[in-house]
Every structure is written in structure tokens, then in C-alpha cells.
Design a binder for this molecule. Sequence first.
Ligand code: PAF
Length: 509
Amino acid sequence: MKKVIIRKTEEIENWRKNINTEINFIPTMGNLHNGHIKLISTAKNDNSNVNLVSIFINPLQFDNKLDLENYPKTIDNDIKISFANGADAIFIPSNEDIYPPNKNINFLKAPIELSSALCGLNRIGHFDGVCTVVYRLLNLIKPKNLYLGEKDWQQLLILKNLVLRKKLNVAIKSIPTQRDFDGIPLSSRNVHLSKNERKLIRFFSSELLEAKNNFKQEKKINLKEIIKKLSAKKISIEYLEHLHPYTLQKARLEDNISLLAGAIRCGETRLIDHVFLMKRRPIIAIDGPAGSGKSTVTKLIAKKLKLLYLDTGAMYRALSWLLIKENIDYKKEKNLQNIFKDISILFKSNTNSHQDVFINNYCVTEEIRSQEISSIVSKISSIKEVRKFLVEEQRKIGKSGGLVAEGRDIGTTVFPNAELKIFLTASIDERAKRRKSDKNSKDSQEIDLKTLKELIKKRDFEDSNREISPLIKAKDAIEIITDGYSINEVVEKIIDLYNDKIPKETEIK
Ligand code: PAF
């Protein structure tokens, strides 16, 4: 494809008509550094869409005239960098193109809840200007994907809110803050820093990174202590806050992920940095009725996101296997309590890139799928003591997070604080059809469709009405009805929801 530079808004229309794929859009204000390069190359590697980079220094988002005048302008180099790293087109509009003097401009306001915190406190109108320009650019370019850096976390939240508010059909993809060799976040404004100023920002960033590391062990931070250390270095702090990462309200004790964000002044330059503090790695809970496709979807998500796959059903099956093998009368509570003392259940990846389940060192992956276990597991898993024991075991496995668990009570009972809760379901018709066409299932040969539907209805009723851990959708779960969707479409949808909820930066050690 011929690489093009577009300078007029009218040319955008023509260019769009001549391309036959969707657009990835990377908006910038120029003076491109490795952070922008990462955005462009991520877009390039994500899919086969065309990549359009815009370079426009938006006067509306500068609250300080001098800052606007001094903003570094390096257009020739920016063009070279963009094309060399995967841009197919570069849009370099003039002020008049974006804000035509004879037309009514739709000036937007950023939502007050998000824009009155952090940078919004001192940069009056800044986020209104960002919303106005991005909305204008999105309407002109109509991209499928918008790529933004997590470095400007508050901007990212405000633009996600804009997309929702204006019901724009664009997916926002974010990349982690890119840091320079000395740990400071890459920013176009870094060129203004003197040697000494750079030393100060390095100290500031290293304090934040240290707080992040300490938090892993201590699970708390001491803001006053950090402020004291920064002040001792005569660093002028504009703000340093510990907040909920999405609402930007004060962080609460129960928040698993929180945001430590600060802004400092170094001479004329104002610099921001932040880290995410995490008590444990994220957890995804996937609940839903039998036949909704939970297991297949959960396994694929675990593989794609490199998370542990916690198959709670396999744990109930493994325990049932042991009770049968050891001939234990599980109706007697005392017998159960005795055996619980010495049970260990483990999951280990195997060479087929699946995982094996072990109970007391026996590998039972295959055996627990037998008809004998299938016919008894439902009964055993409805025993109160069994549930209590296995829920505790599941929580032990999930203590440091980093997993995706499937079952019927994950979001409600096992991990009520999971970051993402999905309730996966499908209509009875669809589930019956799936079971009928499942070549591995006996049902496909032996039971007719009508009877299958009745059986599914009965199972749903039992699962939803049993006394202990019934199947209910957690209040904060997102329901996905899988009728008419392929497995891959469902997996992609859940991964998009995950990426939307979990900052990419949390994946960095
Ligand atoms: O982050 C930026 O560079 C700018 O705020 C943006 C998104 C390009 C809007 O001008």
C-alpha cells in the first residue's frame, strides 16, 4: 500500500473511500518518542487494519500559552519515525482544518467526576480540549481501534468515558507507560529538562516504583513518608494521591488494584508519573449453567492471557474420585473431616499444553471424566462440608491471583472480589443442540432433542435452587449469551472486557 500524508480534512474522506480495511488510529501531538513508536507498532502487530497516525498540536488543551509556544515541533522526523514503524498514513491537519473558523465547533466538556481530580485541578480546561479534539478526529477518521498510552491514565479514563457517552463504535486499546533507561516515563516534554531536573524526576519515579514493590509485601503505602522524602530533595509536588484507578476517588482498603499518581514541577516543566499498586494479580470469574461453553472458553482465555486455569469442576470430580477409591461413606461428616485433613489438590501444566489434575499425588485427569464419577459428582458437590472445604482450597490457590476460574459460584462465593465476572449462558435450545452434536457425548446418539431440552431445564432448576452455592448471576457480573457466536468470538469479547478493566501496566513485574 502506498504511504500517504494527508493534510486536509476533505482528503480524509477520499482516502477512507479507497481503503478496504478498518482503521487503527494513533493520535499524537508529534515529537514522537519510543512511547509513540510502541503505540504504532502495537497497532501494526494487532491486526491487518491500516494504521493512521495524526500529528496535531491541539491549542485547546494547553492551559498555558508559553507551554504551547515551547511545545517541541519536529515534524520531519515524526513523519520518518511514523512510516518506519508501521504507519500507512499520516494526518497533519492545520488549526483551521480541525477548528474551521466559519463553522460551529462542538466544544465538549470532560465529565466533572474524572476531570476534577489529579491533573484537572491545576490544568483548567485541559481535558475539555482533549475531548473536543479527539471527538473531532474520531468523527473524521471513523477508526475501528484507538490506541492510547497508559502514561496519561486520567486522559485514558476520560476518553473511554467519551466513547461510552457518545456511543462511538471504536475500541480503545492501551499500552503500558514506556520508561527511559533511567526509569523516567517517556514524554515529549522531557527534552526541556536540564541535567539536574532530570535527576529530580528520576528520584520521583524511583520513589513511586519502590512504593509499588513495597506494596507487594506490605499491602499498604505511607504517602506522608514519600512526600517527606521528595520534599527533602526540594522537589515541588503538585499532587501525590492514592486513588481508586477507575473512579479516581480515594482508594479504599478493599481495592485490590489502586493508583498512586503524582505530578511534580521541575523548573518550567511539569511532569507526571504513576504506578498501580496490587494486592494480588487479577482474577477472572466465569460462571454459568451446564452447556454454556464455559470450559472451552475458560481454557482458551487462560492460555491467551497466560493465567492459571482453575477448573473447580475438576476439583469436585477429583474429590469424588478419592471418596469412591477409598470407599468412604461420605454421608458421615466425621469421615469427611478426617479425609480433608490430608488432601492436596494440584493443577500442573502438561506437555500437551493442557493441565493435569492431581489429588494426593495421583494424576486423575482422565479418570475423573468417567461415567461413574459423572453420575456421583453432583450429589457429592451438594454436601455442605465438601463445598466449604473446596471453596477454601480454591481461595488458597487464588491467594496471589493470576487466574481464571470457572464454575457456578465463583463470582458469588469463591472470589466475590474478582476483577472481572462473566456469566456465560446460552438458550436451552442452543445448549440442547450443542449436546446433541457433541460427538464425545453419549447424548448425541441416545437422547432425542426434546428430551435433552427437558433434562437441561431440570438441571438448571436444580442448580439454581439448591441450598448451598446455587447458580446465580453475581450482581456485578456481565452476562454473555453465546447463541450464534463462535467460541473465538466469545473469547475475544471476554479478553476485550479484561483489557478494558485491567491496566496493561499491571502485567509488568
Ligand atoms: O496524549 C496526547 O498526545 C494528546 O492529548 C492527544 C490524545 C493526541 C490529543 O491531542
